[in-house]
Design a protein around this ligand. Structure first.
Ligand code: ACO
Length: 330
């Protein structure tokens, strides 16, 4: 919905927050479980440590923690929220949606709450859905949360996957505001999501309620994922920048999904991005799937790097394959 005379509805990022489990597992810790070394993991991925949830920490509790911090940062109350979208592939239960559990924990009884499942692209998908609902007047204050406990679905005997992932949550609060229809106005400018299910068996979980009746474990053909990652990610980043008529040099901060330093370096080279403009947290968080973008965003906002008015590009690729990007002025 837009009225060019008075402005357009923009989904403005009003606040952010994040939460990490207490326990830190270093590469040295992992090398006591599987046949690996700190050198191999750092050289191939850039990861040095990750947080691992204990039994009391779940996707729900981490998500609630991140959401509360995001609301406080935005100066808003839980009662202001009329939509909660949680991006996760590791829900507390098969159903109901973790979003409804978080809604109850926050004491919210109005509006709607649901989960989206696009694996590592989940947060970009959730932002896209939230923005569409704001622009069509179906919501005015949205909590978008990425929360994951991937440690629960890892095969801790498989060194090719268990070294890569970690647990955590990040959240942003989006507020519908009317602004002039300009690229300089705050809020989400462009969203793009894609999927190609032909690659569903390159990165998947080998269980589920309807098949094995178990939760299953993550399986991945790492090289195959790697091969497609740079092409898909740089392609969709290019799409959103072209749509918004901006060049890589105009973007203040790239906040990518934190999967692998080498994927990011490849993307940087392909698009000619300044390396200093990339927010990288994978060294201490590992790959936290749908949580990795809002976690990295929160770190860079709170340490003062990302400031109001900056142009920020989020991007991700994950199982499915799914991929997407969102360009926003903070
Ligand atoms: N420690 C030591 N050696 C290992 C380990 C480990 N943890 N894992 C694999 N190896 C060995 C392999 O067995 C192999 O040994 P071999 O040559 O004797 O057979 C050797 O290391 C090389 O294995 P590759 O799989 O070819 O290593 P590669 O350089 O491709 O790195 C990696 C593997 C890091 C998984 C890489 O393929 C990758 O990052 N892929 C992208 C996957 C990804 O990021 N997925 C995250 C989810 S999707 C997303 O978010 C984009």
């Amino acid at each position: 919905m837009s009225d060019k005379s008075t402005g357009v509805i923009r989904s403005v990022i009003a606040g952010c927050g994040s939460a990490l489990p207490q326990r830190i597992m270093t590469n040295a810790d992992i090398s006591k479980i599987v046949d690996t070394t700190d050198e191999w993991i750092v050289e191939r991925t850039g990861i040095k440590a990750r947080h691992i949830a204990d039994d009391s920490e779940t996707t729900r509790t981490l998500g609630v923690d991140a959401a509360r911090k995001a609301l406080a940062h935005a100066g808003l109350e839980a009662g202001d929220v009329d939509l909660i979208i949680v991006a996760t592939s590791t829900p507390d239960q098969t159903f109901p949606a973790t979003a409804t559990l978080i809604q109850a924990d926050l004491g919210i009884t109005r509006g709607a709450a649901f989960d989206v499942q696009a694996v590592c692209s989940g947060f970009v998908y959730a932002l896209t859905v939230a923005d569409a609902m704001m622009k069509t007047g179906q919501a005015s204050c949205v909590l978008v949360i990425g929360s994951e406990t991937f440690s629960r679905i890892l095969d801790w005997t498989d060194r090719t996957t268990c070294v890569l992932f970690g647990d955590g949550a990040g959240a942003v609060v989006l507020k519908a505001e009317t602004h002039p229809d300009s690229q300089q106005s705050p809020g989400i400018l462009v969203t793009r999501i894609h999927s190609d299910g032909r690659f569903h068996d390159k990165l998947y979980v080998d269980g589920g309620p309807s098949t094995t009746k178990t939760v299953g474990h993550l399986r991945m053909e790492g090289r195959e994922v790697f091969k497609h990652a740079v092409t898909n990610i740089s392609g969709v980043m290019d799409e959103v920048m072209k749509e918004a008529h901006v060049a890589p040099a105009d973007v203040n901060w790239f906040v990518p999904h934190q999967a692998n330093r080498r994927i990011l370096e490849g993307t940087v080279r392909k698009l000619g991005i300044r390396e200093e403009s990339i927010v990288m947290t994978l060294d201490r968080h590992g790959n936290t799937s749908a949580a990795s973008i809002p976690l990295a965003f929160d770190v860079a906002v709170k340490d003062g790097r990302i400031a109001k008015g900056d142009l920020v590009l989020f991007e991700a690729m994950g199982g499915g394959f799914t991929w997407g990007a969102v360009l926003a002025r903070y």
